[in-house]
Ligand binder design. Structure first.
Ligand code: HAM
Length: 425
């Protein structure tokens, strides 16, 4: 026997039993986006490497260590997208969607990062995200957070916690960065290896370290929120007032810095304590400089992305798992009945019934076994004579005989009655 080929590490199959929950989450997200007037955009999975290097930042973990980059047959350097924002901005500029316009866009799809796989962290993972262009906020910042909160409610999630922060405008952040570096250099002996490496390239990320040994240094660091420029401070106060007015609970976390360089002002994360180390389900923020950085006209922008694997992990069973089951299983015990069986199956499907047709013959017993396994409510067995047997596999109706010509109407009547029972009972 040949050796079986296995999937690439960190890249998972989504088997049919799991897909129902994904579809439920996706359909719910789509409905919420509709309710807020967001339109879907579909973007390539592969982009030029330079797009990510320039937008996410040369000195971020993603660009330094995690990208799937390759040369194609023309010698172009390409990368499997590690996130959706850069491609969305690229497409917006290229198609003229951004200049002097307001755009509310959303997307869904696979992203790729060569991280160390563990629960909640994969090398191919899936995001649903939104990007809004042309609005300065903070009203739009609040809208995105309310949209997130509505999605959690619609999915029955009650325990996600919101953290917000402001990174300020680039000039104020640069001044803060210098101050922070001064502080960290004075305590360099207490820094771990990672933080020492970041001291020159990306010192704000030191604040994000989860290393317990670093917490003392971090606690003593200058507070980012105390170094905001005045317009950014007003913006942040405005956002807080809107969230308060809408009754959204949040925690201000001055050490929330995010791992991508394009952010300005508002950043936020929704976290849970139900997923262990990979606690962030959804994250986003404002990136007012990115459109210009990528060659467009200055355009304010903000967005978020949620991790589908993490979100789905939090969901209890999706209602769709029950609703999508086969309703009728049609089998023919005799070869000459197969034509009638096929016509019956198609006739029922014309009327909106979910039907599984037994293919592959076999004994009556094995056909019934398959019918039972399908989860169908009714099994219909067409034999040699005119009559067929209808067996109620789930309820109390037992087994009845009906003429072939009556089967369709009989089943329609009983299925409607059964679904009525389901609703009231
Ligand atoms: P991010 O924080 O890198 O932001 O990713 C957003 C979310 O994607 C995370 O909170 C997490 O739920 C999920 N995620 C990230 N990496 C992995 C992984 N390796 N395995 C499983 N899930 C993962 C962004 O990607 C930004 N583009 C968000 C954004 C949009 N900001 C503005 N607009």
């Amino acid at each position: 026997m040949n050796k079986a080929i296995q999937a690439v590490r960190g890249m998972n199959d989504l088997l049919p039993d799991a897909v129902a929950r994904w579809q439920y989450a996706e359909a719910t997200a789509r409905a919420v986006f509709d309710a807020y007037g967001y339109r879907e955009i579909r973007l390539p999975v592969v982009e030029r490497t330079e797009l990510f290097a320039r937008s996410i930042g040369e000195h971020t973990d993603i660009v330094e260590k995690e990208m799937y980059t390759f040369e194609d047959r023309n010698g172009d350097r390409l990368t499997l997208r590690p996130e959706g924002t850069a491609g969305c901005v690229r497409a917006g500029i290229e198609s003229g969607l951004l200049h002097n316009q307001v755009q509310r866009l959303w997307y869904a799809g696979p992203m790729f990062r060569h991280e160390r796989p563990q629960k909640g962290r994969y090398r191919q993972f899936h995001q649903i995200g939104a990007e809004v262009f042309g609005l300065h906020g903070p009203d739009i910042d609040a809208e995105l957070i309310l949209l997130n909160a509505r999605l959690w409610r619609a999915l029955g999630l009650t325990d996600l916690e919101l953290e917000v922060n402001s990174l300020g405008a680039p000039a104020a952040r640069a001044a803060y960065r210098e101050k922070l570096v001064g502080y960290l250099r004075a305590r360099v002996d207490e820094l771990d290896e990672d933080s020492r490496r970041r001291l020159d390239s990306n010192p704000l990320r030191v604040l994000d370290s989860k290393n317990p040994a670093m917490q003392d240094v971090i606690a003593g660091a200058p507070n980012l929120l105390e170094h905001l420029d005045a317009p950014s401070r007003d913006h942040f106060e405005g956002l807080r007032a809107l969230l308060d007015a809408a009754g959204v609970r949040y925690r201000v976390n001055p050490r929330l810095v995010r791992g991508l360089d394009y952010y300005t002002r508002t950043v936020y994360e929704w976290t849970t304590d139900r997923l262990g180390a990979q606690a962030t389900v959804c994250a986003g923020g404002r990136y007012d400089g990115l459109v210009e950085l990528l060659g467009g006209k200055t355009t304010p922008a903000i967005g978020f992305a949620l991790g589908m694997e993490r979100l789905v992990e939090l969901l209890a069973q999706a209602p769709a798992e029950e609703a999508d089951r086969t309703e009728v299983y049609v089998a023919a015990a005799a070869a000459e009945a197969a034509h009638d069986a096929l016509r019956l199956a198609e006739g029922l499907r014309d009327r909106g019934v979910r039907v599984e047709w037994h293919c592959g013959g076999g004994s009556l017993k094995s056909q019934l076994k398959r019918a039972d396994r399908s989860g169908a409510r009714y099994a219909v067995l067409l034999g040699t004579g005119e009559a067929a047997v209808v067996k109620d596999l789930r309820g109390r109706e037992g087994q009845v005989e009906r003429a072939r010509a009556e089967l369709e109407d009989y089943l329609m009547t009983h299925l409607r009655a059964a679904s009525g029972e389901g609703r009231t009972g």
